[in-house]
Design a binder for this molecule. Structure first.
Ligand code: HEC
Length: 147
């Protein structure tokens, strides 16, 4: 009888503990959900959704803010690589020597002009704010990589 009693108690304790745990988990889940909806999380969620685009924008926005001219490699990696590493927008890929041969042949000044003013699907200055000196160094960097 005593054994039966204690196994019944254990059953009830187990049920109560399980109920409390479920209640806690439920409460946490609901709180999370409502705080997401109530606070500024709507904006946060939007931020998260546009993150890849925002990062690209960030790279562009940082261009003029940097102190002093940045070197060609830095500019290439933050601005130009988005298209020229992948061939996005039909850009000649940096390692596609055949695609660059005729462009390189037109000479550094012509390429600087293309980058400054934009060409085809390439926006002026690759869409960033770059000084003349920075354009020159990034074009020299590209020419070195592409030949
Ligand atoms: C939005 C994509 C994009 C970005 C960003 C971009 N390019 Fe381009 N780039 C292109 C495309 C597309 C072409 C081919 C244009 C054409 O010939 O119609 C091109 C062509 C070029 C050329 C050859 C121009 C010529 O006269 O043949 C150079 C040099 C060049 N890019 C350098 C750069 C540099 C340096 C940057 C960074 C400052 C950069 N690009 C950023 C898309 C891009």
């Amino acid at each position: 009888m005593a054994e039966q009693h204690s196994s019944k108690s254990i059953m009830w304790v187990t049920i109560i503990v399980a109920t409390v745990l479920i209640a806690i988990v439920y409460a946490l889940t609901v709180n999370k959900g409502s705080s997401n909806a109530n606070t500024s999380s709507a904006a946060d969620e939007a931020d998260i959704r546009i993150q890849p685009v925002a990062k690209f924008e960030l790279a562009k926005a940082e261009a003029p803010a940097a102190s002093g001219p940045r070197d060609g490699a830095t500019i290439y990696n933050t601005v130009c690589g988005a298209c020229h590493n992948t061939g996005a927008a039909g850009a000649p890929k940096i390692d596609d020597k055949a695609a660059w041969a005729s462009r390189l042949a037109s000479g550094k000044d012509a390429l600087i002009k293309s980058v400054t003013n934009g060409k085809g699907a390439m926006p002026a200055k690759g869409g960033a704010t770059l000084s003349d000196a920075e354009i020159k160094s990034v074009v020299e960097y590209v020419m070195g990589k592409a030949k």
